[in-house]
Design a protein around this ligand. Structure first.
Ligand SMILES: [Zn+2]
Length: 123
């Protein structure tokens, strides 16, 4: 039985590294992401396969929907506090929305990937 504490600590820092910087959860090499929210086929350094473990389909709505609702609420609140001109709103939300949704998706996908890899003993 592996040491639970060190596994958890490693998993936590590994999740952020994988989600934000695309580091391989096993060897730490870069290149886990092929696109903004899509995993690469496999790790170029250690050959760990990402694509077969990528969560697809409706499960991701559970991540995207609450994030979208929060963004809408944030937009309404911001509009209440400061009356920004329309061009500023378009510029602001045009950057913030894709960024936040991509980050949320990456964290969710990285967490799912690592949980699956961990379950199969590949980490
Ligand atoms: Zn690797």
């Amino acid at each position: 039985m592996p040491d639970g504490d060190s596994q958890d600590a490693k998993g936590q820092s590994g999740l952020t590294a994988t989600a934000l910087f695309g580091l391989c959860p096993r060897c730490g090499a870069k290149g886990a992401w092929a696109g903004l929210g899509a995993f690469a086929e496999r790790c170029g350094a250690c050959g760990l396969e990402f694509a077969p473990h990528e969560p697809r389909g409706r499960g991701m709505y559970l991540v995207v929907l609450p994030v979208t609702v929060l963004l809408v609420l944030a937009a309404l609140k911001l509009d209440e506090v400061v009356q920004l001109p329309v061009w500023a709103l378009i510029a602001l939300w045009g950057v913030v929305v894709p960024l936040v949704v991509t980050l949320a998706l990456r964290f969710a996908k990285a967490a799912a990937l690592m949980a699956r890899l961990d379950k199969e003993g590949l980490l």
